[in-house]
Ligand binder design. Sequence first.
Ligand code: ADP
Length: 498
Amino acid sequence: MPELTPLLQDFLKTPVHSHFMDGDFVSSNSDETFPVINPATEEIIAQVSLGSMEDVDKAVVSAKKAFQHDSPWRKMLPDDRGKILYKLAEKIEENKESLAQLVTLENGKLLRDAKSSDVGGAAKTFRYYAGWCTKIEGETIDLSQPQKGGKQNFAFTRREPIGVVAAIVPWNFPLSVASWKLAPALAAGCTVVLKPSEETPLSVLLLAQLAMEAGMPSGVFNIVLGDGKTTGAALTAHPHISKVTFTGSTHTGKIIGKSAMDNVTGISLELGGKSPAIVYDDPIDFSAVAKGVAAGIFRNQGQVCVAGSRVYIHKKVFDKVLADICHEAEKIKIGNGFDETADMGPLVSASHRDKVCHYIDQGISDGASLVSGGRKIYDKGYYLQPTVFSATDNELAIIREEIFGPVLVAVPFDDLKHAIQKANDSKLGLAATVWTKDISKAIKTINRLEAGVVYVNSPVRSDPNLPLGGYKQSGIGRELGKTGIYNYTTLKSVNIVY
Ligand code: ADP
């Protein structure tokens, strides 16, 4: 393990980490705390306050005050808002090592992935949206109705920041998913209360410090720490929230959607996936396909919403491609995320690993064949082998439900129609991949897939410039890209009669 940076060593000395509001770390109203555990060693690395309803209210009041019309943030020119976001991107890059080490400590993922996906992804996202601050525009519109009394008119729309945003994020990419919400919301001129996951609450606290150093006015970006059922629920139900943006499971997304609807609060939800990979039988480099399919499921221990967890392989090449995928899975070296030679770290928590193991047991008892992996390894740490099943029945729980772990199920298909019918036979529709050299087959498949994101000949990788979101129960709305900014604006239609 490398030596922790001085900044991080100092940060970890804090006896109890607490909320961030009105530009400062403030102690909690409640005495309740919870531990943060390093999933690689099972050691407690920090204690964190569990936010009460009063803490949530204080954070929302802070964000509301910073959103008032005469506040520094509301009066700031878009160009200056953009400069702060750009500066924050630079600060993130300057502090890459500290942030990445902290993500690895709290989440378990490989340090190199924490650097590229979490820290690198967050910096790119802030930089992308820094440029959008100066490009939020309304339209002028000619009306169909004549104005009364022969008068004339001038009609237009204004895009205004929607208000105080509640951002609730998961533990799989603690920094980058937070940035997917913070960057566009702040670019639009909103203020934010962020609730990180109880598994990974630490790295966003360092981010808040960097945001202040970048010149973010007090109260614009607030963090309330805590769990889902107390802290998260109080936040989504708060009457002064104008928008709830959530990434997490479909189950929790439904609860949050219902709670937000009680106050008719806007929502955007990026939820679960059970994303198919379709491998056709044309002459393609099947070893490279197997590498791509394996990377698509085993990256980040399979704890990725767009993970390709079902692979449909043409029956003519099924045995060969499955063998190649198993070969890739068996080559994976499992170890502590700080070990530079490791390819895969531990799962995030004991309870999550148990849930994944339960699905593996169920797959076996439902009659799927376990062709690779399936076992916990090492005495300490929540490690699990990359696991591959083969099956023919599309009704199995391991094919229908999101496992969110390193578990792949391979199923053979006869032709394009059959592949698409199986791929679309799911209540989820987040992402899909298609593996073929045949362009017409690829386009036919893209057009018929019920998925919000389709990649051809590559595992899905998110990018700040490309919208992300799901069909069916995988979500409501899209984040990232140009469209991502509109999640955080509201339209005012104006007609001036003269
Ligand atoms: P997981 O169970 O794997 O943590 P979730 O989708 O439940 O996945 O959690 C994602 C985020 O949602 C976390 O920050 C969690 O605290 C939060 N959360 C969970 N339940 C609720 C809830 N009822 N209301 C608001 N937030 C919640």
